[in-house]
Design a protein around this ligand. Structure first.
Ligand code: AMP
Length: 213
């Protein structure tokens, strides 16, 4: 979890490379929008405004994923849960399947640093790789190193939308951090550092449980 642009996606990909499934609700939503389904239309309206997708809709998609996977497999969720309602619901699902959460990793960046970071963010729409024009530039300008696709700027990375997303994050997601802190699961990281440093700090303190086949 964390504030917008704190590096959740980058970190989740690093953790997933250690043998666990990775699921990003943001990616799930963007794929739904891309498919131009009625559900995608409702999600797009919320995302374009910098708002969260409605809980019942988010929980509907996540419920499908959660109950469709084999029990006992490790996973890293990127961007879920983001509200207290989602967190409580998620706990009920875990309990029903006798599964436990190992940690809630929380990354936080200040508002001004967030605006600065997101204005330079570029995404490859084909394989999801994330770049930054200053801190993580691709070898060839505006082109993905891996697949050669043209990089894009997310519409919700525009400054006014970023500020709205940030305020919403403070209101909705901070209470979720407290919820996990009370359960002793919170690992809080200052995100104003290079992603590689955070990854190595995190991995030295915590190893995700690999998938057991
Ligand atoms: P992200 O890629 O994690 O920054 O998510 C992009 C956008 O998707 C967010 O700004 C929200 O509008 C929406 N979103 C992602 N995850 C959730 C969630 N768990 N609950 C509600 N909205 C979400």
């Amino acid at each position: 979890m964390g504030s917008p642009g704190a590096g959740k996606g980058t970190l989740a990909v690093e953790l997933a490379a250690r043998g666990v499934e990775h699921l990003s609700t943001g990616d799930l939503f963007r794929a739904e929008i891309e498919r131009k389904t009625p559900l995608g239309g409702r999600i797009k309206t919320a995302l374009d405004r910098g708002e969260l997708a409605p809980d019942e809709l988010t929980l509907g998609l996540m419920r499908k994923w959660f109950w469709g996977r084999p029990a006992g497999r490790g996973f890293v969720l990127d961007g879920f849960p983001r509200t207290l309602i989602q967190a409580r619901c998620f706990d009920e699902w875990l309990e029903a399947r006798n599964e436990v959460l190992s940690a809630c990793v929380f990354l936080e960046l200040g508002e001004e640093a967030t605006v600065k970071r997101l204005s330079g963010r570029r995404i490859c729409p084909w394989d999801g790789r994330v770049y930054h024009i200053e801190h993580r530039p691709p070898a060839i300008e505006e082109t993905c190193d891996d697949c050669g696709g043209s990089l894009v700027r997310r519409e919700d990375d525009a400054e006014t939308v970023v500020r709205r997303r940030y305020r919403l994050y403070l209101k909705k997601s901070r209470p979720v951090a407290k919820y996990y802190r009370d359960q002793g699961l919170l690992r809080f990281y200052d995100a104003d550092r290079r992603p590689a440093e955070i990854v190595s700090d995190l991995l030295s303190a915590y190893q995700p449980t690999p998938t057991i086949s």
